[in-house]
Design a protein around this ligand. Structure first.
Ligand code: HEC
Length: 117
């Protein structure tokens, strides 16, 4: 019987395709893991969320002259609910804007700020 010279190549091709399929399925799993685990942690870290505020309130929330007041002792001025309300709606008639973060992030941020006495 004459050997078909294409067979070894065909075998290698099939192995290669199998390897591709296996690796991409593995990659998809990892992608989901990263999306679920990693993302959430960053989004719910209050100091990371506070990055939305530092433009006006300063890098350590120490306040910026003519821009935004200090938030370092904000917990002794407002309750957690009041801070949440300010974050969500801003302060009418001032440069303090509402809606900078999602309501979930506002909750985490308010809880964290309310502890600053
Ligand atoms: C565009 C600038 C700007 C940004 C961004 C900003 N703020 Fe403000 N914020 C202000 C200003 C200006 C005031 C003062 C308003 C006033 O005159 O009462 C203020 C006031 C506040 C107050 C009340 C302070 C007090 O002593 O009465 C809180 C609480 C506050 N901001 C929280 C935040 C948080 C949390 C963020 C981020 C999610 C944020 N702000 C982002 C400008 C800003």
């Amino acid at each position: 019987m004459k050997k078909n010279p294409v067979i070894p190549f065909a075998l290698i091709a099939v192995l290669g395709i199998l390897a591709m399929v296996i690796l991409s399925v593995q990659g998809l799993n990892q992608q989901e893991e990263i999306a679920n685990g990693g993302g959430e942690e960053v989004a719910l870290d209050p100091e990371a969320i506070a990055q939305n505020c530092i433009g006006c309130h300063g890098g350590d929330l120490e306040g910026v002259e003519g821009s935004g007041p200090s938030l370092q002792k904000i917990g002794s001025k407002y309750s957690e609910e009041e801070i949440n309300e300010i974050i969500m709606n801003g302060i009418e008639g001032t440069a303090m804007p509402g809606g900078l973060v999602s309501s979930e992030e506002a909750q985490v941020l308010a809880e964290w700020l309310a502890q600053k006495q």
